[in-house]
Write a protein that binds this ligand. Structure first.
Ligand SMILES: Nc1ncnc2c1ncn2[C@@H]1O[C@H](COP(=O)(O)OP(=O)(O)OP(=O)(O)O)[C@@H](O)[C@H]1O
Ligand SMILES: [Mg+2]
Length: 250
């Protein structure tokens, strides 16, 4: 187990979540500090997306189960979580089709301005985003549906960043993308974290998750089965946490 984060930006405390009668999460204790990159791995159906949804207010949870910046905020509405600085890059990107790259990004800028997201700090600008992903500058007049999957993912990340998040939650950034594009997108993460934005990465590729993160949590059937510093993780421990105790490690 890794040492607890000294002053977490976000923490969960025995977080449970359900879809109607079906309980999907059981007593999740999770934390992340400012500027940290934390990976969340686990097999299909382990509860990774459900945990992200619970954090951003898309699933009801008790107030005390989520603390953000020292306050109990569980159960807040999605727009309140966004205003506090939690942004989700959802699986499947969900861009505004029929609109250009520039228009998609402008929606995020206008929205952040309207909410006056957490005071006046606005580290993310269009220029800074175009430095991070230069292809978006070239493609700014292109309707998003004509972009490649990787370029669409960059727009989705950019849209989230222009909301000036303090915590960026990314659900399967690499899904369906070619290795070269995945590398390009993951190469941008250290500079996002260095700017002070914490990042939670849900990632199916365990090796990539380990390389890209400071710490890692593994989930199985709605529970955390392993956590620690990514660099210290043993392959066998990850395999057991990922597949369950009965799994024989080859
Ligand atoms: N809308 C829903 N209604 C009912 N059950 C759901 C719903 N969404 C997810 N579940 C169930 O909750 C559990 C956790 O699902 P979740 O999508 O969080 O897993 P995941 O770890 O993100 O999986 P994947 O790697 O396939 O994306 C699964 O058993 C899933 O079937
Ligand atoms: Mg998922």
């Amino acid at each position: 187990m890794s040492a607890p984060v000294s002053s977490p930006l976000l923490s969960t405390h025995g977080l449970c979540a359900r879809y109607g009668d079906f309980q999907a999460l059981f007593g999740i204790d999770f934390e992340i500090a400012s500027g940290e990159v934390v990976a969340l791995i686990g097999a299909n159906g382990a509860g990774k997306s459900t945990l992200l949804r619970s954090l951003v207010g898309l699933l009801p949870v008790a107030q005390a189960m989520v603390r953000f910046d020292g306050q109990a905020v569980g159960g807040s509405a999605p727009h309140q979580m966004l205003q506090r600085g939690l942004a989700l890059v959802p699986e499947g990107r969900r861009l505004f089709t029929g609109m250009t790259v520039a228009d998609n990004l402008q929606v995020a800028i206008d929205h952040a301005r309207a909410m006056d997201a957490h005071g006046t700090a606005r580290p993310w600008t269009l220029d800074r985003l175009f430095d991070l992903f230069p292809i978006l500058l070239q493609k700014r007049r292109t309707p998003v549906e004509l972009l490649s999957g990787g370029q669409q993912q960059m727009v989705a990340i950019g849209r989230a960043l222009l909301g000036q998040p303090r915590l960026l939650l990314c659900d399967e950034l690499s899904l369906g993308l070619a290795p070269l594009v995945i590398r390009e997108i993951y190469a941008a993460l250290p500079s996002i974290a260095a700017a002070g934005t914490a990042i939670v990465l849900v990632e199916q590729d365990v090796a990539l998750a380990c390389r890209a993160s400071h710490r890692l949590y593994c989930m199985l059937e709605g529970r955390i089965t392993l956590t620690g510093r990514s660099a210290d993780m043993a392959r066998d421990d990850i395999a057991r946490a990922y597949f369950g105790a009965s799994h024989a490690v080859a």
